[in-house]
Design a protein around this ligand. Structure first.
Ligand code: PEP
Ligand code: MN
Length: 253
């Protein structure tokens, strides 16, 4: 059953593996994540990879794992919609939240289609910032969805720049401007911004203290063995610790 109570404009944590890899991994993650108080479990099923020769995700098989994990634990479920075919499949399975990734963040036909096909449902749609998008480009992209479905959550995930030691540059300044200008909730994907585990905790604290609406964090039962983004995924135990510590940080929302 889809999760009707979800309100991602309040402080929310979206966490889970970069990619769904097996039924056990998803069910085990869902149990731990929901015990930790995570609001939405994320897992990529169709992964948009830099190379066509890289593993592309489990695809449709993983839909049942996610739905089962929700049935067992009650946790809301979310995955990336990379094209119209995926959109149809995720709507059929009644995913609670959909997200559009950075690589598709200005694919206007997809944005419009997502908006139109979720308008009646007002399904929450997370729109990641394009990795090279400025504020106008990011907000313009969001409008392609909000014209039809106003329930959009913007997600800052870091932009390209000249970082030597991190995967991307976490641009909290533009994220804050996006929140002020659009009036939409803004969450911070600290994992893809940093690309490394040791920055996840401090950047999550920063996001909460700065009045953002939530964070997205990649967490995996066995991060070193993860099939994608192993360097940045944290263990479910570390995630639990972050949740406890985040409780002590007042949100300025
Ligand atoms: C992801 O969240 O799995 C992902 C691929 O992120 P991004 O689109 O921000 O690179
Ligand atoms: Mn990832």
């Amino acid at each position: 059953m889809p999760n009707k109570e979800l309100n991602l404009s309040q402080w929310s944590v979206i966490a889970g593996p970069c990619a769904a890899e097996s039924r056990i991994q998803i069910v085990e993650s869902a149990k731990k994540l929901s015990e930790s108080g995570v609001n939405v479990m994320r897992a990529g099923l169709w992964k948009p990879r830099t190379s066509p020769n890289s593993w592309q995700g489990v695809g449709e098989e993983g839909v049942n794992w996610m739905v089962e994990a929700r049935e067992i634990t009650g946790i809301a479920i979310s995955t990336e919609v990379k094209d119209e075919k995926v959109l149809e499949k995720t709507l059929r399975a009644e995913f609670d939240v959909l997200w559009i990734g950075s690589r598709n963040a200005q694919c206007f036909s997809l944005l419009e289609e997502v908006g139109k096909s979720t308008s009646g449902l007002r399904l929450p749609i997370i729109l990641k910032r394009g990795m090279g998008a400025d504020l106008d480009e990011w907000l313009g992209a969001a409008e392609y969805i909000t014209k039809h479905n106003p329930n959009v959550i913007l997600c800052e995930r870091g932009i390209k720049g000249f970082p030597k030691n991190t995967r991307n540059v976490l641009d909290l300044q533009t994220a804050k401007l996006a929140q002020i200008r659009s009036g939409l909730p803004v969450i911070i994907d600290v994992s893809h911004a940093a690309g490394r585990r040791d920055l996840v905790t401090p950047m999550a604290y920063a996001a909460k203290a700065a009045g953002f609406n939530g964070v997205m964090i990649e967490a995996h039962p066995d991060p070193d063995q993860a099939m994608t983004d192993a360097n940045q995924q944290i263990s479910l135990k570390s995630l639990d610790l972050i949740m406890r510590k985040l409780d002590r940080i007042p949100s300025s929302l």
